[in-house]
Design a protein around this ligand. Structure first.
Ligand SMILES: NC(=O)c1ccc[n+]([C@@H]2O[C@H](COP(=O)([O-])OP(=O)(O)OC[C@H]3O[C@@H](n4cnc5c(N)ncnc54)[C@H](OP(=O)(O)O)[C@@H]3O)[C@@H](O)[C@H]2O)c1
Length: 331
């Protein structure tokens, strides 16, 4: 294996956007390790993708305790690459992890108790070989634990030095405002919200973007390509090795309907007229909101990361283009 030496031009073309009213900037495209970085995947491909991302100015890598499969293995893979290739560049990276989904058996292995969040972050730090993460998230709202306890745990985590900032994921607009108020009172402002958002899933437009703007939070949107649907990948069937073909893939074949494929075909025409791929169009489209700090992509190969970063060459939309996209999405 050749020693890694990062590209000297890595900061030349990436855009960095401020996360809300914080001091932290994030790249407009960030890389998430939900799939393709686990124990079932090839270490060489995982390494190639992470190093390519860093060479393109993608300074933010997003993880969670349960990413793999098996759960925990994406953090282990990332820890290995960090030790081997990126140790000298730790301060050029923003590394996040999360806890909220099932990680270990029994009543303390999921949701939002102080007991779970603190133990889980300690495990994540060990798997990655880190003293601290840059951002620690509560991964999903917990209907039973008082928000005061969950936000108190996030505040404690920052005070203990195990995370520099905290965030929340998939919280409703109302709970986002409550969480922001609690964290502000505690003196640990909420850095960022991580919701799903793409052309086929627009819930954030119904109050969440307003909430993050009002509260001064950033917003990093996950699955901006609808897990690969918003590309040309499924137009001619389900390719082998695609997420929809994987037994552990979260994208189910029955989500790939004829109606969606028709819409994707038509989006392809808009993309072509803009000199973009469908993926680039989909990424530019989520980044059109000033509230969206970063589009959090996934990838299974290096070329997909190159494709995503290419979106930055054309982020503006004419009123006509936006109207055409609306008409396509309306059916
Ligand atoms: N907070 C949460 O609850 C939550 C939930 C989900 C995800 N996330 C975060 O968001 C990240 C991204 O999620 P995601 O992976 O669903 O995002 P995505 O960007 O919507 O989908 C990524 C997948 O699309 C396919 N793809 C990407 N670029 C392509 C291209 N140019 N052409 C064809 N196919 C392409 C690849 O799948 P193939 O394998 O088919 O090639 C890739 O793995 C995750 O890694 C994680 O960090 C957070």
């Amino acid at each position: 294996m050749t020693a890694y030496c990062p590209s000297e031009t890595r900061y030349d073309s990436m855009r960095y956007n401020r996360s809300g009213r914080s001091g932290l900037k994030l790249p407009a495209i960030s890389l998430g390790l939900w799939y393709n970085f686990g124990g079932v995947d090839t270490l060489k491909n995982s390494r190639d993708m992470i190093l390519r991302a860093f060479d393109l100015g993608i300074t933010h890598i997003d993880l969670a305790n349960n990413y793999g499969p098996p759960p925990g293995s994406a953090e282990e893979t990332f820890g290995q690459i960090l030790r081997q290739d990126l140790r000298a560049y730790r301060d050029e990276l923003v590394i996040s992890t999360k806890a909220g989904y099932l990680m270990w058996p029994g009543p303390y292995g999921e949701w939002g108790s102080r007991k779970y969040l603190i133990a889980s972050l300690d495990q994540s730090l060990k798997r990655m070989g880190l003293d601290y993460v840059d951002i620690f998230y509560h991964h999903r709202p917990d209907p039973e634990t008082p928000l005061e306890e969950t936000m108190g745990a996030l505040d404690q985590i920052v005070r203990s030095g195990k995370a520099l900032y905290v965030g929340i994921s998939s919280y409703s607009p109302e709970d986002t405002r409550k969480a922001a108020a609690l964290l502000r009172q505690l003196g640990t402002p909420c850095l960022i919200h991580q919701p799903s958002y793409n052309m086929f899933n627009r819930w954030v437009e119904d109050g969440l973007l307003d909430a993050v703007r009002d509260e001064g939070m950033g917003c990093i949107v996950f699955s901006p390509l609808a897990q690969g649907l918003l590309t040309d990948k499924y137009l001619k069937g389900i390719p082998e090795n695609s997420r929809a073909a994987k037994p552990h893939g979260f994208l189910q074949p029955d989500q790939i309907t004829d109606e969606k494929l028709g819409q994707i075909q038509r989006l392809g025409e808009v993309a072509r007229a803009r000199n973009q791929t469908i993926a680039q169009l989909a990424l530019a489209w989520v980044l059109r909101h000033p509230e969206v700090t970063s589009a959090l992509i996934g990838a299974s190969k290096v070329s997909q990361i190159d494709d995503a970063v290419g979106a930055l060459q054309n982020l503006s939309f004419s009123a006509d283009e936006l109207a055409t996209i609306e008409a396509i999405l309306a059916g």
